[in-house]
Design a protein around this ligand. Sequence first.
Ligand SMILES: Cc1cc2nc3c(=O)[nH]c(=O)nc-3n(C[C@H](O)[C@H](O)[C@H](O)COP(=O)(O)OP(=O)(O)OC[C@H]3O[C@@H](n4cnc5c(N)ncnc54)[C@H](O)[C@@H]3O)c2cc1C
Length: 414
Amino acid sequence: MNLGRDESKFDVVIVGGGPVGATLGALLRHAPAGRAPRVLLLERALPSAEAAPTPDLRVFALSRASERILRAVGGWDALVAEPAAMVAYERMHVWPMRGRPRGEGALSFDAAELGESDLGHIVTNTALQRAALAAFQAAGGAVQQGTVQRLEFLDGCVRLHGSSGVVNAALLVGADGGRSVVREQAGLGLESEDYGQLALVANVRSEQPHEHTAWQRFLGEGTLALLPLASGESSIVWSVPRARALALLALSAEEFSAELTAASDGVLGVLQLASERLQFPLRRTSAVHYVRERCALVGDAAHSVHPLAGQGVNLGFLDAAALAETLAAGRSSGEDPGALRLLRRYERWRKSENESLSLALSLLNRFLAFGDGELGRFAERGMGWVGRSAALRRPFAERALGLSGELPQVARRA
Ligand SMILES: Cc1cc2nc3c(=O)[nH]c(=O)nc-3n(C[C@H](O)[C@H](O)[C@H](O)COP(=O)(O)OP(=O)(O)OC[C@H]3O[C@@H](n4cnc5c(N)ncnc54)[C@H](O)[C@@H]3O)c2cc1C
């Protein structure tokens, strides 16, 4: 349904121009000529077009599925054009507290062994957001800076009262992150579990080269990930209980670096803090409903998961592609994009996939990151068994590449 040419009427309004919202907009606009919906994206804080003078400390491990989605809308080329912001990683080693990085009990993946060019890419948040926004605008999407203040669900449309005026839409999408105003105002509800942990994020220099490898150690008191950066430094995501995290933040740079080197098992030699330290409280959340008549949620607005497997934004990209595919199918059969019957197809598709992965990550956190006692040792032994068998490793590799589950068309192998 097109609401007409009135400048304040759109088929779809997306609140939140983070990586997921902007990519959804680009996917919607990439419909066959003449059939693309009118899409407005409302973003509170648009990134500057220029690369920032200081490095962006927020980085993501992007899966192959996310890469395919970005390629389909032209966003990948913009990332490739920023070589300082993206690097491929070719190997991954995960090991338990009582194991060694490449030894007995570790779980290792190698792109060459899997017949892949790489296992994924590490990319900065702002470069990803800029690339997705550029792809959306290049496809004719409209971007407005502002926030949403109030929603009115009317007969036949939803009305947004925002900081820059009033707009009507056949469908409103909340892509406004973990503290989603759309989710709250649309009454979609939230289930939430506090992990009681903080993730500490920083860039570090290492004595030995990172070898384009992602490293992750289960610590018995959380997890430590070292992700390779294009600069040769590595990005750390160190998730530990809140009190321990606050104690680490209170240390001098030298003391912090020494603790970090010990926690990393010396896998890259001596590590030295090379940036400020950011902290992120960790919660597992899931919206009670992803949809209602005229409204849908995607990305962190719908769910947030433990970062230990670097899956959050990748799940959001799959949400975006699944919603775009559902709406395209609805358009072909003349359905209203805001109709609950249509939106429920998207919810059925994505909610169960996201919830089962979120539960699996919580179990990994419970039994491997914090595992002690018999169950913890059993989980460690299980990891060792998987590590020793190429056949058992394959499904885990498929999951890491984002290629398992019911994939949207655009994320499948060409
Ligand atoms: C420590 C840590 C490490 C992580 N590492 C990884 C990783 O390696 N791989 C991975 O896949 N995921 C990772 N994640 C998860 C990832 O950060 C999130 O899943 C991802 O940022 C979600 O993207 P999004 O676009 O849904 O939301 P966001 O990135 O939060 O974007 C939301 C956007 O909405 C805008 N907005 C908010 N409210 C409003 C409003 N009222 N009006 C207008 N605009 C609004 C915001 O300005 C923002 O631009 C990690 C998370 C943490 C905490």
